[in-house]
Design a protein around this ligand. Structure first.
Ligand code: AMP
Length: 121
């Protein structure tokens, strides 16, 4: 069940501020409050989806497409598209998801030295 009080829901409702990078009809992108890399941006769907399972079950193809477009456009806007970046979606408890609103991290701005499952070196 989606928790309407989670921090990203509050950002979407304009109750708390964010450093917005990009927005379209279906997604919002903003800087992570605790950046782990020179580029660390979060992209969230505007709909009330806790995780990828809820997003898959409840989002229209238009919402899904709009979300993926926002991810790619955001990576481009922050200057990471050319040199590359890592996308991470921490999903559910085993994935150590902290905020219960589906989101993707865009991490970049320098080479990532870690292996497959590391968020940063
Ligand atoms: P996770 O759910 O584990 O993928 O991580 C949630 C991310 O949200 C963390 O990287 C936090 O630093 C970030 N975060 C938490 N609160 C805010 C906020 N108010 N604005 C921007 N980023 C946030």
């Amino acid at each position: 069940m989606y928790d309407q009080t989670n921090i990203f829901a509050k950002i979407l409702r304009g109750e708390i501020p964010c450093k917005k990078v990009h927005e379209n009809d279906h997604a919002l992108a903003f800087h992570d409050i605790s950046p782990q890399m020179p580029v660390h941006v979060l992209v969230i769907p505007k709909g009330p989806y806790t995780n990828l399972e809820e997003f898959n079950a409840g989002a229209s193809l238009e919402e899904m497409g709009g979300f993926m477009r926002a991810v790619a456009e955001t990576a481009n806007l922050v200057g990471a598209a050319q040199s590359g970046y890592r996308l991470i979606a921490n999903n559910g408890s085993d994935g150590h998801q902290e905020v219960p609103h589906f989101h993707v991290h865009i991490l970049g701005g320098r080479p990532i030295m870690g292996g497959m499952i590391k968020a940063q070196d």
